[in-house]
Design a protein around this ligand. Structure first.
Ligand code: NAD
Length: 291
């Protein structure tokens, strides 16, 4: 038996279609289009590509987007001032500061400066803190973790009491995914670089979310038959036969897991598609909160 492939393209398109309808409703009821401001510091090529994709998605859905491209040597106070101006700008509903920021910038301070009601990336410490607390909900959930949860929901996975193993404990993926799974009543184990026996944890997992950044780390013989696997990893692997000389692979060895798992996301075409869709959803939510 082969696992069901969880199609991130289709599910992301569904989210975007919902957002498009929501944006049109807001236009009709309040003559207002949501606005997303992006802040890009420096000339990191990957970051610039991500930001461009976010602007394209906005355009397709009727969301206004405002771009701030700033030099790599911008000072901390200057960057804070720009974020504060965006906080005060009534035409801006969501603020996205593209990470990573240059080393001399205090990232946490910048993320804390973003107004909570405009924190569409969900990285404000208060939003993350609320994720961790029983009975509290963040205003915004970080986009990639929210995308993972939507993929699980669309797949019909019952998380109640399920054994979930999250690989990775980063602030932007692993930790918030683990908190979300726990909120959904899964029993969660976080596996990280210091974990002694990764495989023993993986073998009992009904749900695996992999966010490590090591190509094809998880093999088919490490997982429980029927497990649902969400692969967040995006890794370049040399491939002379590919046009660019490399191909993208996840943290999961797709081919060896496919016959064992119950459902699995491909890379590309899985989680990656969801991140921007969830950002669009958060931006619409921010605009709705204004009214
Ligand atoms: P990170 O480097 O910040 O964190 C990696 C985590 O993996 C750490 O917590 C570390 O403890 C853990 N780790 C390292 N080696 C390990 C091992 N051998 N076993 C278990 N855990 C180990 O990375 P990140 O920003 O969380 O990203 C993880 C991956 O997800 C990367 O491949 C990244 O490109 C990808 N990513 C994808 C999206 C998307 O939209 N699909 C978004 C963000 C990140």
């Amino acid at each position: 038996m082969s696992a069901a492939i969880i199609d991130g393209k289709i599910i992301a398109q569904k989210v975007k279609d919902e957002v498009k309808v929501g944006v049109a409703d807001l236009q009709a009821s309040h003559h207002y289009a949501p606005g997303l401001a992006t802040v890009l510091v420096g000339d990191n090529t990957a970051s610039a590509t991500y930001v461009r994709s976010k602007h394209r998605a906005c355009q397709a859905l009727g969301i206004r987007s405002i771009s701030h491209e700033l030099p790599a040597d911008i000072s901390q106070p200057k960057l804070e001032t720009i974020v504060k101006e965006l906080n005060d700008d009534p035409d801006v509903d969501g603020i996205l500061v593209q990470l990573p920021l240059p080393g001399h910038i205090d990232e946490e301070k910048i993320l804390s400066t973003i107004d909570l009601v405009k924190d569409v990336d969900g990285f404000h410490p208060v939003n993350i803190g609320r994720l961790a607390m029983k009975g509290r909900n963040p205003l915004f959930i970080p986009c990639t973790p929210a995308g993972c949860m939507r993929l699980l929901a669309e797949t019909g996975v019952d998380l109640n009491g399920a054994e979930a193993v999250v690989l990775g404990r980063s602030n932007i993926v692993g930790l918030p995914v683990a908190l979300l799974l726990q909120k959904a009543n899964a029993t969660v184990t976080i596996v990280h670089s210091r974990t002694r026996n990764m495989e023993s944890h993986l073998r009992r997992a009904d749900v695996i979310v992999a966010a490590v950044g090591i190509a094809e780390l998880i093999k088919g013989d490490m997982i429980k038959p029927g497990a649902t696997i969400i692969d967040v990893g995006i890794n370049r692997q040399d491939d002379p036969s590919a046009k660019r000389g490399y191909r993208l692979v996840g943290d999961v060895d797709f081919n060896s897991c496919l016959p064992i798992a119950g459902a699995i996301t491909p890379v590309p075409g899985g989680v990656g598609r969801m991140t921007i869709a969830m950002l669009m959803e958060n931006t619409l939510k921010a605009a709705r909160m204004k009214f």
